[in-house]
Design a protein around this ligand. Structure first.
Ligand code: SAM
Length: 280
């Protein structure tokens, strides 16, 4: 078994399903809208295309696909979280994107993916969470139509940094990374995408892309702090931190964000890889 794949079942989806986490996902999706839209345009999403967003979460990328595929296209979102999917679909329909639909499904289970084959199969920040990431990638590739594309974007958390280095940011990063390690996620999935494509029998990607974001600590801290709050129940359950430790860390980042407000903070890198399937 390679270092990038285990058959350990996902212990738990570490980010949870709270309204605060749903809101964090929407905010995060808006931050990466340009980086994702650029790659959708790069692979060329034609009007009328049949698209899948695997692990669609709040459906923000489904909207980007619907805008490009137009009313004659079809956009299916799949996610284990039926509640979030229902909210995503209601918002998309409200905005006029009636070509969108949602299906609740665990992509690590063996059921066939409905609606396949697709002109585009897309997954952002999904494989990161799945210990069976190469096996899921095989299934996603199988769902691509001849001549269609697989496009994946995922994080490498090594992008998280602040200048000067601060203990408060280091501790937030330690807790977040330890939680993901504990549940079988891979915090370097983005960087490993070419290896994962090879492991899944897809071959080398046709292209890769690296997107980053730099913000002053005063605002950039929000992503880290909100992620920390989302993973905190798992961190406490695994003894990665304590309630008192978490309270102290949040107070420390408050102090540092005031004192070092304009210090540059890097977000995780969002790394993309894509591959076109040979036409029939
Ligand atoms: C970090 S969110 C990313 C959401 C969205 N792709 C985005 O970038 O905005 C990961 C999503 O994957 C979903 N997910 C986790 N495990 C899954 C599985 N085994 N099958 C399908 N979806 C899953 C979660 O419910 C969550 O909505």
């Amino acid at each position: 078994m390679s270092t990038v794949e285990t058959d350990r079942p996902q212990a738990r989806y570490a980010l949870g399903h709270s309204p605060e986490e749903y809101d964090r996902l929407r905010t995060q999706a808006r931050v990466w809208e340009g980086a994702t839209g650029r790659l959708l345009d790069r692979v060329g999403l034609a009007p009328g295309a049949n698209c899948l967003d695997a692990g669609c979460g709040p459906g923000e990328t489904m909207r980007l696909m619907a805008e490009r595929a137009g009313p004659a296209g079809r956009v299916l979102g799949i996610d284990t979280d039926a509640q979030l999917g229902a909210m995503a679909l209601a918002a998309l329909h409200e905005a006029g994107h009636r070509q969108c639909s949602f299906h609740a499904q665990d992509l690590t289970a063996g059921e066939p993916i409905p609606g396949a084959p697709f002109d585009l199969v897309y997954a952002r920040l999904l494989l990161f969470h799945l210990p069976q990431r190469a096996a899921v990638l095989v299934r996603l590739w199988d769902a691509v139509a001849p001549g269609g594309h697989l496009l994946v974007q995922d994080y490498d958390l090594r992008g998280i940094s602040v200048l000067p280095a601060l203990d408060s940011v280091g501790e937030l990063g330690r807790v977040i990374t330890s939680v993901f390690d504990a549940v079988g996620a891979d915090v370097h999935t983005g960087a490993r995408l070419p290896q994962l494509f090879a492991q899944a029998g897809i071959g080398s990607p046709d292209g890769t892309d690296v997107a980053g974001r730099l913000e002053p600590l005063a605002t950039g801290r929000a992503l880290l702090e909100r992620t920390f709050r989302s993973v905190l129940p798992v961190a406490l359950a695994h003894g990665i931190t304590t309630s008192a430790g978490a309270t102290g860390t949040l107070a420390a980042i408050d102090r540092d964000a005031a004192r070092f407000a304009d210090c540059p903070m890097g977000w995780p890198l969002l790394i993309g890889a894509w591959k076109r399937k040979e036409p029939a």
